[in-house]
Design a protein around this ligand. Structure first.
Ligand code: PEP
Ligand code: MN
Length: 339
């Protein structure tokens, strides 16, 4: 259950309200939005308690979220789709948004070349890791701060927004100075300290599903960010581990209609990590849009064979151009447009 307040209460009035709620035998959790919301942790209580709650003066609406544990992420708490605003761009609206760029920022020239070309083809957001989560400690770990600078400058030149991964709570501030969207990667989906930290910033967060995570765990990870007062969460399906060992991951497209029904948050797909193979990226991009995704995040490189990380799944800039044309056709049949 979620309680919406009429207006921002004074500190002592909020304290008073919380003790009144506690006296009813309920456990309140305050979500610090402009006008705070109160999540009631208990799932089952009597109609009498409900009417007592309704009688508390600063409350204007009580929303029943049933037995969902992800109370704020659930569609029961908000019927209309959440549109995450990035400048003049909306993710989660009618239009499909494409994000593209290399796995990692490798050099100023590389990221600029990619930025200009993907923008020309129709991407609206530039991706590129400056802090890379690598399986091997000896593998390229990213250009870090200078990579962030190259990424931002390239995006500005091409009039693109930026999405880039933050790996560590200690980097939230520096990454936030350069990016429009924080990416929390699959491996960090349950890094609760990081979820809380990006939650506190209020900046959009692209949350990737852990390769081992159930839908419930995924939505509860989103709930961590929402419960810190940050409503700007974009969910990303990026493939899971299955018995199929011929491919890097199995792109779970069931997740798209499931999540769209279960939550009001935008849902996008990463067909690059989801397949691990460049030749599968375009077909699975089409499938992702057909299954109702609000956007794609694709790894594209100016010289895929020379890609420092994830080279098997990197598509060329020419292939990206073609991918956009293919995706537009599917979007049209879905009654949507690609921005
Ligand atoms: C990435 O986007 O570069 C990445 C590492 O993705 P994931 O967290 O999904 O593996
Ligand atoms: Mn990658």
């Amino acid at each position: 259950m979620i309680l919406k307040l009429k207006q921002t209460p004074k500190k002592q009035n909020l304290q008073k309200l919380l003790s009144q709620i506690s006296r009813l035998g309920l456990r309140p959790f305050v979500v610090k939005n402009k006008i705070p919301k109160i999540v009631i942790i208990n799932n089952h209580f009597s109609p009498k308690v409900k009417s007592q709650l309704e009688a508390l003066p600063p409350i204007c609406q009580i929303i029943d979220t049933g037995d969902k544990l992800y109370r704020l992420a659930s569609r029961l708490s908000k019927k209309e789709n959440t549109k995450v605003k990035i400048g003049s761009l909306y993710i989660g609206g009618e239009a499909i948004v494409l994000m593209a760029g290399p796995c990692a920022v490798e050099s100023k020239v590389q990221i600029e070349t990619v930025a200009l070309q993907v923008a020309k083809s129709g991407a609206k957001v530039l991706r590129g890791g400056a802090y890379k989560p690598r399986t091997e400690p000896y593998a390229f770990q990213g250009l870090e701060k200078i990579g962030l600078r190259f990424l931002r400058e390239a995006a500005d030149k091409a009039h693109l927004a930026v999405v880039t991964e933050v790996l560590d709570t200690r980097d939230v501030e520096i990454v936030g100075q350069f990016t429009d969207i924080y990416q929390v990667g699959a491996r960090n989906m349950q890094n609760f300290a990081l979820l809380k930290e990006v939650g506190k910033t209020g900046k959009p967060v692209l949350l990737k599903r852990g390769m081992w995570a159930s839908y419930k765990e995924f939505l509860l990870a989103a709930e961590y960010i929402l419960s810190c007062g940050n409503p700007n969460v974009i969910l990303c399906e990026r493939g899971i581990r299955t018995h199929v060992n011929e491919l890097r991951f199995t792109l779970d497209l069931n997740a798209i209609p499931f999540l769209k029904a279960e939550t009001h948050l935008p849902v996008i797909v990463d067909p690059s990590h989801g397949t691990g193979r460049a030749d599968l990226v375009t077909p699975m991009s089409r499938a992702a849009i057909a299954s109702g995704a609000d956007g794609l995040i694709v790894e594209a490189h100016c010289n895929p064979e020379k890609s420092v990380s994830d080279k098997e799944q990197a598509i060329s800039l020419e292939e990206f151009k073609n991918l956009v044309l293919e995706v537009r056709k599917i979007a049209t049949t879905m009654g949507r447009e690609v921005l």
